[in-house]
Write a protein that binds this ligand. Sequence first.
Ligand SMILES: Cc1cc2nc3c(=O)[nH]c(=O)nc-3n(C[C@H](O)[C@H](O)[C@H](O)COP(=O)(O)OP(=O)(O)OC[C@H]3O[C@@H](n4cnc5c(N)ncnc54)[C@H](O)[C@@H]3O)c2cc1C
Length: 370
Amino acid sequence: MADVLDLDCVIVGGGVVGLAVARQLAMSGRDVVLLEAEPITGSITSARNSEVIHAGLYYATGSLKAELSVAGKHKLYEYCRERNVPHRPCGKLVVASSKEEVAYLEKLSRQAAANGVEDCYLIDAAELARRQPQIKGFAALVSPSTGIIDSHGLMQAYITDIEANGGAIVCNSPVTAGELTADKVRLSVGGRDPVEIEARLVVNAAGLNAWAMSERLLGLDAATIPPRYYAKGCYFALSGRAPATQLIYPVPEPGGLGVHLTLDLAGQARFGPDVEWIDTIDYDVDPARADKFYSAIRRYWPDLADGALQPAYSGVRPKVAGPAAGGGGDFVIQGPEATRHPAYAALYGIESPGLTASLAIAQQVARLTL
Ligand SMILES: Cc1cc2nc3c(=O)[nH]c(=O)nc-3n(C[C@H](O)[C@H](O)[C@H](O)COP(=O)(O)OP(=O)(O)OC[C@H]3O[C@@H](n4cnc5c(N)ncnc54)[C@H](O)[C@@H]3O)c2cc1C
């Protein structure tokens, strides 16, 4: 029988959330090993998003998304300042393109305040035109604490902290099978140097694969695994100058926040993500989707020129609720009590605002497992 490596704490998945969890547990004194299937960390959903630091406006009060995005945003700004992670609190405008949507903005403003986001305020069409002359609307909700971040810079800072606290990150190490024993989790790790591991704590932070990872664990009560849905979102890049200096959002659509204008730290504009419910993951961006983008964007930027959009990239949202339920659904963060096993924790449905909330999610996992 092959030797079994005896470890304290194993994190499966090296996206921004797995890295944040590994960092938090290593800083709390655990011996941490993070296993990542790919040759590098942060190359899946954590590399395929809008890189927005969300303020926490939309989520139902009392949900984990509301609580952890607001707490995570404050922690993230502080961390970025301390660690020189490139970011910019550029603010965002949620634009109403009809009178009915103005009523939605008023509701959103109340929702934001209930979530502890106290700095939002409404502006009228004239003020919107003064601030962002190319953007048209009946009114806008201003969110000053929304920002943008270099997500790879952030992940690099997490890696530095993990290693400084004695943790190890091992890439090319897919977890292929596992079993729950009385008080440990046993994992089979494939890749170039296959190995068997036994750990006192395993945290499943495998993102889109979190469900598959749990399904592979012999002895896990399948009733603890939530439903799984995938919602793909495509982005189109804008050739030429950005039409605004802040992020511009329409009112949300079921499953996503609507095709919005985001800026990267160099000021380059891109639009997305839309929502497409899928069963099988692929990252192709069909150029034909551009038609819908042009019409969605022209609701708030009528001067968008024909031919200005180029297919860019896509990401897939891991979700626990599907289109029939309106595409919402909260983060699911299970400690040993919820997984019904003393050595297993699992994270499901960590879609947006998972990047924003990463430090707060990590603290939540630490609270549940330490
Ligand atoms: C289109 C889109 C836009 C978004 N925009 C924003 C935004 O603007 N702001 C925001 O806050 N959030 C945003 N998000 C959400 C954010 O990107 C995610 O919440 C976050 O990246 C999730 O990180 P993760 O570590 O959970 O998952 P991932 O980044 O997917 O990492 C999981 C890792 O696990 C690894 N893995 C999988 N299976 C195994 C295995 N068996 N063994 C070992 N390793 C394995 C994978 O290779 C991967 O690296 C967006 C998401 C999408 C899809």
